[in-house]
Design a protein. Structure first.
Length: 133
C-alpha cells in the first residue's frame, strides 16, 4: 500500500524542477554575447548599408574592431568613405548564437549572407564546404 492510499489522498500530484517554474539563469547582456552571427545596419538617413559577420569573441569587442581597430573592415571603410557617424550598439543585431565550432559559425554566416545579400559584404575568399567525406 502506498503512502497516498494510506492517507486516502486522491488526485494527481506532480513535481517539477524549480528551473521549469523560475528562470534561474541571468540573461546575458547583449555586449557580452559571443560565438554568434551578427548584422550591422547603418542608421544614417538615406542609407541602407548592411553587413553580416561572425565572431567567437564578445560582440562588443567586434563592434570596437569595426569602428576603431580593423582598417580593412567593410563597416570601417563605409564610415570613412561616407562620413557617417560611428555605429552605435542599436545598429548591431544578433542573427544566430551558440556556434562554438568555427566551421558551423562560418557556415551559418555564409547562409545568412546568401539569404540577405548585405550590401557591404564582398566575397574576397570562399570557405571550402565539404558536404561528403
Amino acid at each position: 500500500m502506498s503512502i497516498l492510499q494510506h492517507y486516502d489522498v486522491h488526485g494527481l500530484i506532480t513535481f517539477s524542477k524549480l528551473s521549469s517554474i523560475f528562470n534561474l539563469k541571468e540573461k546575458v547582456d547583449f555586449k557580452h554575447k559571443h560565438d554568434l552571427v551578427y548584422k550591422y545596419e547603418c542608421k544614417d538617413i538615406n542609407c541602407d548599408a548592411t553587413y553580416i559577420g561572425e565572431t567567437s569573441r564578445r560582440i562588443s569587442e567586434r563592434m570596437r574592431d569595426h569602428v576603431y581597430r580593423d582598417k580593412n573592415s567593410h563597416v570601417y571603410k563605409h564610415i570613412q568613405q561616407t562620413g557617417h557617424s560611428e555605429p552605435q550598439e542599436n545598429e548591431f543585431s544578433i542573427l544566430e548564437t551558440g556556434f562554438k565550432n568555427f566551421k558551423r559559425r562560418k557556415l551559418a554566416e555564409a547562409i545568412q549572407i546568401r539569404n540577405q545579400r548585405p550590401s557591404l559584404n564582398t566575397q574576397e575568399q570562399s570557405y571550402p564546404l565539404k558536404l561528403f567525406r
